[in-house]
Design a binder for this molecule. Structure first.
Ligand SMILES: [Zn+2]
Length: 122
């Protein structure tokens, strides 16, 4: 199935290799890359290739896509060696929720020393 994209969207452009990013993983449905302003020792963005602007736009038909996004984040956390120490998965929704790019993505944050307490704003 063809990817739905917005030609003006930065994350769509990354998914289509029209903009460069530090990509750690990609397949037909998802792309994982480093946040350019990391808020944690490991701060990755797990994005869909399809342009969905926000969690507020997901529908019943997207259940499998969103489930796959979370499973992929888990796998990436394991691959990055941060699963055992713990990590955060965060969806920012809307400007008030800290969403900067209007393309669905999950923040994967981790790599802190254990058992240090941490407070992270994303
Ligand atoms: Zn997009």
């Amino acid at each position: 199935m063809a990817v739905i994209f917005d030609p003006n969207c930065i994350f769509c452009k990354i998914g289509r290799k029209e903009l460069s990013a530090d990509i750690l993983f990609e397949n037909d449905a998802y792309v994982v890359f480093k946040d350019i302003q990391p808020k944690a020792p490991v701060h990755l963005l797990v994005a869909t290739k399809n342009h969905i602007s926000s969690i507020m736009e997901i529908q019943e038909k997207d259940k499998e896509l969103i489930g796959g996004l979370i499973l992929l984040a888990k796998k990436i956390a394991q691959d990055q060696g941060i699963a055992a120490s713990g990590f955060k998965l965060v969806f920012n929704v809307g400007r008030g929720g800290g969403q900067v790019i209007d393309h669905l993505h999950l923040h994967l944050l981790g790599g802190w020393a254990v058992p240090a307490q941490k407070k992270v704003e994303v």
